[in-house]
Design a protein around this ligand. Structure first.
Ligand code: THU
Length: 146
């Protein structure tokens, strides 16, 4: 991806930090998901007093997009830090990586971890989720198709 395109995603992810609802961890995360057509769906983490129902920024972005009819994705950018201060990279949790496996090609989907506009690293989903389980594992059985 071009740097200009990456920075557009970083800006959108940083923009979400203002909306992160984090009264328990105070760790704010923003994500920006890029569709195949170039549209961005952004998301933040949303915590809950019962802890378990909390949702990560990445899944917020994916669920917003899929619920609007999107199914084809190119990349996601993630930023985060304590009180929204971006000092280190914030890698996606295992549950979010599994959600990415559902909708993305592990070999080509790009995960951009950023701590600033000029500070980022790019990984493929396969690099962060080696030998992941996905829809293809069920397809051979004929169980996949919705
Ligand atoms: N979190 C995310 O939203 N995305 C990540 O990639 C890592 C963790 C959230 C979950 C929780 O609200 C807070 O960060 C602390 O774990």
């Amino acid at each position: 991806m071009e740097k200009r395109e990456i920075q557009r995603l970083i800006d959108a992810a940083i923009g979400q930090l203002a909306y992160a609802y984090t009264p328990y961890s105070h760790f704010k995360v923003g994500a920006a998901l890029l569709t195949a057509e170039g549209k961005i769906y952004a998301g933040c983490n949303i915590e809950n007093a019962a802890y378990g129902p909390s949702n990560c920024a990445e899944r917020t972005a994916f669920f917003k997009a899929v619920s609007e009819g999107e199914r084809r994705f190119r990349a996601i950018c993630v930023v985060g830090g304590p009180k929204g201060v971006l000092s280190e990279l914030t890698p996606p949790c295992g549950v979010c990586r599994q959600v990415m496996m559902e909708f993305c090609d592990p070999g080509t989907f790009q995960i951009i971890l950023a701590s600033g506009r000029d500070d980022y690293q790019v990984f493929t989903l396969a690099e962060l989720m080696p030998m992941g389980f996905g829809p293809g594992n069920l397809a051979a059985d004929g169980a996949f198709g919705d």
